[in-house]
Design a protein around this ligand. Structure first.
Ligand code: GDP
Length: 453
């Protein structure tokens, strides 16, 4: 495999910048441009050792640097790796990287270092997705979940489920393929027990992913309500900054402003929308249409009402749109004279709270209500949590296959029919961990990584 290089630190100026080189020639490429002050050569270095010196382009000094060497297989990628730590200026890092390319290394593709770690058996696909989640973790719980995935907790759990299915499938196949041999008959009760257990374990993983998603990946959230109910004020409380323009002139928030905020451990991907109301104003109506379509596609709706004015047709239209959706009703302006109560809202949407968005302490009430709606209350992030939608989809398909196998047993189908479904479940689980994933799937996973990881 070729030797690759990329800047591993962010594409921005910083104190230190790291250029990572991986592959058989990593040390010799580095040797060609680095002179240590001690006179020691990179090629003579042991793994996990560092040298201080200078980077040279021919005879011209480029920068001072520290080179760290990792020798195969004891490195992140499993190959020889050099990390050149130079000054973190964008120009300097680019200059060193270009120099490394000129000496024989190739530009690394997105996620190629981690892909090599996977191909060299350093981690499986599920763990690799954990790496990505560690980088994107926005809070303690999300980080905890990602760390557990990287440690291999998800892979271990999936591996256990898969192993039980493989041994059940092997017993079934042996029994049905060699009827003349003295192979003990497979007890359908025993088989059923194995399948039931796998079904329960997978269901737990699926449910935990769905609840945990609000923490690990964020929830697409839309804030709705007619003009002047306090949507922008609420959004500012949530994000802790003046993100959208707050004004008492109706219809100022014209388009959808997107922002990600963390409430407790929950990550909200917020869209502040124009009020839902009929309007002749062309610009504004674009915002209104967007708001309606966002309600349809959002995972969570924060529907805001102004208690200082009686509920009107616009409020009722919003309540109708929110029916049967995951929605938190927010009865705002509790500091003013009320014209309706929370129970009027709760005829349409089950969970609502009364607060004053002007009072920053109301964020605690919102957090508690969100935790209860999204089911993150008491969720244990030290347990295994699937790390990506991809993992969820394969676990879901495996769960469906097991359901089919159970139905086949209950309906008295032949062993072959049951085995087809068990095989299907095994296939899904092996793809999830990457033990048997096609090249397309592997490429797809790593294409979502950043360059340098
Ligand atoms: P939007 O059009 O729904 O985004 O509403 P804004 O957030 O722009 O708020 C409209 C007006 O209501 C502003 O003057 C806010 O200061 C005011 N407002 C928002 N929340 C409260 C509240 O809890 N109490 C009171 N008294 N006024 C509020």
């Amino acid at each position: 495999m070729s030797t690759i290089a990329a800047i591993a630190t962010p594409n921005a100026a910083g104190g230190i910048g790291i250029i990572r080189i991986s592959g058989e020639d990593a040390l010799s490429v580095t040797e060609k441009c680095f002179r240590s002050y001690s006179g020691k050569k990179v090629l003579d270095m042991k793994g996990y050792h560092a040298l201080y010196g200078q980077i040279f382009d021919g005879d011209s000094p480029v920068d001072e640097a520290v080179v760290i060497v990792y020798r195969a297989p004891k490195s992140y990628t499993g190959e020889n790796v050099c990390e050149i730590c130079c000054h973190g200026g964008l120009y300097i890092m680019q200059k060193v990287l270009r120099l490394i390319f000129s000496l024989g290394a190739k530009p690394a593709e997105a996620g190629e270092f981690t892909k090599r770690a996977y191909l060299n058996g350093k981690m499986d696909l599920a763990q690799a997705e954990g790496v990505m989640n560690i980088i994107s973790a926005s809070g303690e719980a999300a980080l905890n979940a990602a760390r557990n995935t990287l440690k291999g907790n998800v892979s271990k759990k999936i591996g256990e489920i898969c192993a039980s299915l493989i041994s059940a499938a092997a017993a079934l196949a042996a029994w049905s393929d060699y009827p003349d041999e003295d192979i003990p008959a497979v007890e359908s009760g025993e088989l059923r027990k194995t399948l039931d257990k796998a079904q329960i374990e997978l269901k737990k993983l699926l449910d935990r992913y769905n609840s945990g998603k609000a923490v690990t990946q964020g929830v697409n959230t839309v804030i709705c309500g007619k003009p002047n109910v306090g949507k922008s004020t609420l959004m500012n409380v949530l994000s802790g900054c003046e993100r959208s323009i707050v004004t008492s002139i109706a219809g100022t928030t014209r388009d959808v402003v997107e922002e990600t905020v963390r409430v407790g451990e929950i990550l909200l991907r917020l869209a502040d929308t124009a009020g839902i109301h009929d309007t002749a104003d062309e610009v504004e109506s674009i915002g209104v249409n967007m708001a309606k379509s966002r309600i349809d596609t959002a995972d969570l709706i924060l529907a805001v009402f102004d208690v200082s004015r009686p509920l009107d047709n616009e409020d009722l239209l919003l309540l109708e749109l929110c029916k049967n959706k995951r929605c938190l009703g927010i009865v705002n302006k509790s500091d003013l004279e009320p014209h309706f109560t929370q129970s009027d809202i709760e005829k349409y949407i089950p969970v609502s709270i009364t607060l004053s968005a002007k009072n920053e302490e109301s964020i605690e009430d919102i957090r508690k209500a969100l935790e209860s709606i999204l089911g993150t209350e008491g969720l244990d992030f030290s347990q295994e949590i699937l790390a990506a939608e991809r993992q969820y989809n394969y676990a879901k398909k495996a769960h469906e296959c097991i359901n089919e196998a159970i139905a086949a047993i209950d309906m008295g189908f032949t062993v072959d029919a049951v085995n087809v479904s068990i095989d299907c479940a095994i296939e899904q689980l092996l793809t999830l961990t990457g033990k048997k994933a096609s090249e397309e799937i592997v490429n797809e996973v790593f294409s979502k990584f950043c360059v340098g990881k």
